[in-house]
Write a protein that binds this ligand. Sequence first.
Ligand code: CDP
Length: 228
Amino acid sequence: MRKIIIAIDGYSACGKSTTAKEVANILGYRYIDSGAMYRAVTLFFLDNHISLTNPREIQKALSEINLGFHFDSNESSDIFMNGINVEKKIRKMRISENVSPVSAIKEVRLAMVAQQRKFGKEKGVVMDGRDIGTVVFPEAELKVFLTADIQTRAIRRQHELLERNQLVDLDEIISNITTRDRIDSMRKESPLIKAKDAFLLDTTHITIDEQVDETIRLAFPKILNKKK
Ligand code: CDP
């Protein structure tokens, strides 16, 4: 069976990561969370007081950031920055509140996209994000674009944060994901947009299992190289 690239894009908190991770497990593929990379860069910029309007400072900071993923036996994937597991830190609201402006910076995007293409070189990857099907892998064999209504997404994100022992007000989450969606969609560099050849999947009324099943159903003809 041939190995393919599966690109899962969409709005904030649509269940992209959960779907992508599970699809990767089923197919025995690598899962790459591109959002975690932008979140890690944001953490570095905040901790090191990098000015978002100084391209030279940004370029220097980017050259000091080394990102990698580690997959453990629980099938979870943690992101490491310069050898340190930053998975927990990057999920904090402090990062969610600052990640979209950082992700809109051209230098940041160029550096991340180059790294993401390296991760996908051997194929057999499921990558989720905002621009995977449009910019990172426009030639991906399968592209899925997820969406869901705002209330459903916010409640799901609130549960996820609770599982991480973070109690965040629903209104604060709604405000954060609405703002991020707006910045991500309006930015000049690689805006969040559905690729023409992506399958649109509204997850408002379906479960994660159904999202996963649907993605696998779409992937099989591609893996078997059948036209569909
Ligand atoms: O999990 P959630 O959908 O809330 O966000 P994420 O996938 O962790 O991504 C966090 C932020 O990173 C997004 O709001 C975007 O600003 C940025 N991002 C991006 O610009 N391009 C990507 N390929 C992935 C994420």
